[in-house]
Structure formats: structure tokens, C-alpha cells
Design a protein around this ligand. Structure first.
Ligand code: FO1
Length: 306
């Protein structure tokens, strides 16, 4: 069994790489990006993984369903609503049915299980908690939900801090804790360390289980040099006072992980990282197509000895 902690568009590629090579793969999904919109509960990280594994993800954008239409959104515009968050028509059905199920008393884990069945996704996707955790960004203009900071205002307001509202009190999903415990390998996907992986690490039971299992935990860097492969990781790392590099990442993860995969271009950092008692593996980490996804997963399966 292999477990991967995932969130966001960077993670789904590696999840797909493992999915084609591992029989029992579990995905623990971030919930900090979840966002209430027009009375619908949107879970971007869960949906991106489901759509990616169901092969209906819009890969160009990294979110939503490919070839989706936007009639619903156009009508919301007619009604005078803000439409900066681009919910497609088919995607809206996912959020609507999920919200109905929540209102009928089902929890997010069971809804996600049901959703996987409907999309014929055999891999277990486990929300890290069924409680509410919300990633909020403190900026020079005030506090914003992550989606507002990144999508509505395109990340232009200066980040002064990041908070995970509800994380301290959130009960970890017991299935997530058991999966970490029972897996022979646990991967921290190359997602944004502050907004995709960070909220999950802030949940006490998850952090504790990862710390206990750290010898078998492998982080995959989402950075090359001081640049993120995609998304706003660098902006958030800077704000959190973390060195913007694979070294900074290894420092941030060093309590919960003993291994890191970095890009070959970052090999000069290897010695410094190893001094943190973190074993370094170097390979090509950019995933531009399915071959790259499979190659990175295969590298980890064959080369990383935990
Ligand atoms: N990201 C954008 O940059 N613009 C959007 O309009 C947008 C809409 C959207 C709708 C559904 C969904 O599940 C995700 C969506 N995302 C959009 C992606 C999302 O904001 C983030 O990339 C993830 O939260 C990062 O993990």
C-alpha cells in the first residue's frame, strides 16, 4: 500500500503516475482550499484528483472538467453575481450534489467515496478531515480566503501571513491516519507546501502519525531553484519566512519526512539538505505529459529505499 498526501494541480500528475503502477494507492486530500460559492461547497483538491483519475480533468487549466461549458456562470452574471471563480456546467453538478448530500447529513468522506464510484475511480480518496479547515491569507489589504487571494485578486496583494482556520481542532480522518500507518511508502506530493500540504500537516493527528512514520515519508519538491513549477508557492513560502528552495522545503518538512526528491538542477543543495538528516534523491521532477508522470512515480518506486 502507498499513500500520497495531495492537493492542487501539481499533485494530481504524480497521483496519476502512481495510479498506473500501484495496486493499492490511497490519496489523502487537502480540504483547506474548499470554498462556499452560490450556496455550493466546492472542493477543488478532491475534485482535481477525481477528475484527473477519471481522465476528464482539463489539463490545460489544471482544474475543472475538459470541454465543460459555462452557461450556468453566464446566467449568474445576468443575475448580477460575481463570476471570477469559473465553475463549469458539469463541474457545478458535482458541487451541487455534494452540497445536497452534506445538507442531508452525510460526511465529506462518504460523499467522496460515493463520488469516486460515480466517476469509476477505484483509488481511495480520503479527505484529510471531515471538519472544516480553511486556508486564509493575511495581506496588506486585509484577510482573504485563499481562492480570493489567488483567483479573484490574482495573487497581487502582498502576503503577510497564512492561517489554517479550524486545523488545530480538526479531527483527522481515521482512514487517513491508518493509511499512513499501514503504507510501506508515504509521499508528500509536489503541491504548494503552504497551501496544499501545509494545512494537512497542521492537523495534529496527521502530523503525529507522519512524524512516527518519517523514515518512510518521501517529499517531492515542487520547486526548481527559487521558482515554483506552477502556482504561488514562492510567494507563500517567503511570507512564512521559509527559504524559497528545495532546502527550505526540506527544513519545513524535516519533522515529518526523512527523504526528498529534488530536481537534478538542484543537486548543489544535496549536501546541505543531507545535513538535516534528510536523504536526497535527484531526478527530473517536471511532469509535462503522462510519460513524465509515470517516470517520476517509477523513479520513486525503484530508487527510493526507505
Ligand atoms: N483556478 C483559477 O485560477 N481560476 C478559476 O476560475 C478556478 C475555478 C475553479 C473551479 C473549480 C475548481 O475545483 C477549481 C478551480 N480553480 C480555479 C482552481 C483552484 O483555485 C486552485 O487551483 C486550487 O484550489 C489549488 O489547489
Amino acid at each position: 500500500m502507498i499513500t500520497i498526501l495531495a492537493g492542487g494541480t501539481g499533485s494530481v500528475k504524480l497521483v496519476r503516475g502512481f495510479a498506473s503502477q500501484v495496486n493499492d494507492l490511497r490519496v489523502i486530500s487537502n480540504v483547506g482550499d474548499n470554498y462556499w460559492l452560490y450556496g455550493m461547497y466546492v472542493c477543488p483538491d478532491i475534485d482535481t484528483i477525481i477528475y484527473g483519475l477519471a481522465d476528464i480533468l482539463d489539463y490545460e487549466r489544471g482544474w475543472g472538467i475538459k470541454n465543460d461549458t459555462f452557461n450556468f456562470l453566464r446566467q449568474m452574471e445576468v443575475f448580477g453575481e460575481e463570476t471570477w471563480f469559473r465553475i463549469g456546467d458539469r463541474d457545478a453538478a458535482t458541487h451541487l450534489i455534494r452540497t445536497n448530500m452534506l445538507k442531508n447529513g452525510m460526511n465529506l468522506s462518504d460523499i467522496t467515496k460515493w463520488m469516486c464510484e460515480k466517476f469509476a475511480v477505484a483509488i481511495k480518496i480520503i479527505p484529510v478531515t471531515d471538519n472544516s479547515v480553511e486556508t486564509r491569507i493575511t495581506t496588506n489589504k486585509g484577510e482573504l480566503h485563499l481562492q480570493e487571494h489567488w483567483v479573484k485578486y490574482r495573487g497581487k496583494d502582498k502576503v503577510e501571513g497564512i492561517q489554517y482556520i479550524g486545523a488545530e481542532k480538526a479531527r483527522p480522518n481515521p482512514e487517513a491516519v491508518n493509511s499512513i500507518h499501514d503504507s510501506k511508502l508515504v509521499i508528500l506530493a509536489p503541491g504548494n507546501p503552504l497551501t496544499s500540504i501545509g494545512p494537512m500537516l497542521r492537523i495534529k493527528g496527521i502530523r503525529k502519525e507522519l512524524s512516527k512514520s518519517k523514515k518512510k515519508v518521501v517529499a517531492v519538491s515542487p520547486l526548481i531553484g527559487d521558482k515554483a513549477i506552477s502556482g504561488p508557492a514562492t510567494q507563500y513560502m517567503e511570507a512564512a519566512g521559509i527559504d524559497v528552495s528545495a532546502y527550505g522545503l526540506a527544513q519545513m518538512y524535516s519533522d515529518v519526512c526523512s527523504n526528498i526528491v529534488i530536481d537534478t538542477k538542484d543537486k548543489a543543495l544535496a549536501k546541505k539538505i543531507q545535513n538535516l538528516d534528510v536523504t536526497v534523491y535527484e531526478t527530473k521532477i517536471i511532469m509535462k505529459n503522462k510519460q513524465d508522470e509515470d517516470a517520476l512515480a517509477s523513479f520513486i518506486l525503484k530508487q527510493v529505499h526507505v
